[in-house]
Ligand binder design. Sequence first.
Ligand SMILES: [Zn+2]
Length: 190
Amino acid sequence: MKLRKIVITLLIIAAIVSGMLIAANEYSRHGLPVKEEPSYKLQIKGDSANTVLTNQAIDLLKSKAPEWLDFVYKYIAIIEIADQGSGMYVWEVPPRCKIGLKTIEAGTIWYSSVLVHEANHSKQYTEYKSKYPSKKVPEEIYSGHDAESECLDVQYKVLEKLGASKETLDYVKNAINTDYWKVDYKNRWW
Ligand SMILES: [Zn+2]
């Protein structure tokens, strides 16, 4: 009687464990890591021509710098095409990246690199917020000289990977000296 109970209990445990193993196998078969970091399903808001160009920028990252595409997916939820005023609305939930037409017109390589640059601003904000949930994120965390300098470094790395021209690389290297971030979003021509 007692033995029968033990056998049944063991059988139940075995069934549960094998069920878990099958589920785990199913999970890895679909290429998903066991503990997946949250990532946004990117939404593009713009007319069809600009949506095509945005997808080209994404595809370029996918083929030449896939780790940076993951980075974009992780920190940008919405890409909104606007006449002007590129910038990252880091404080919005979910985070929105506004892209001005001049950024798109500058070509696919440039556009791809800007997406990574803006994603890095979102990362700066998000990381501070998860570290200090009850605090307001200070502006210098995601804006200003030091924050921009970090984003430009990241952008430079991406541009190198995408095979950007020396002129473009030099432009990014020197951009920190132009104080471009002091221009208000609404006054940005880019
Ligand atoms: Zn920036």
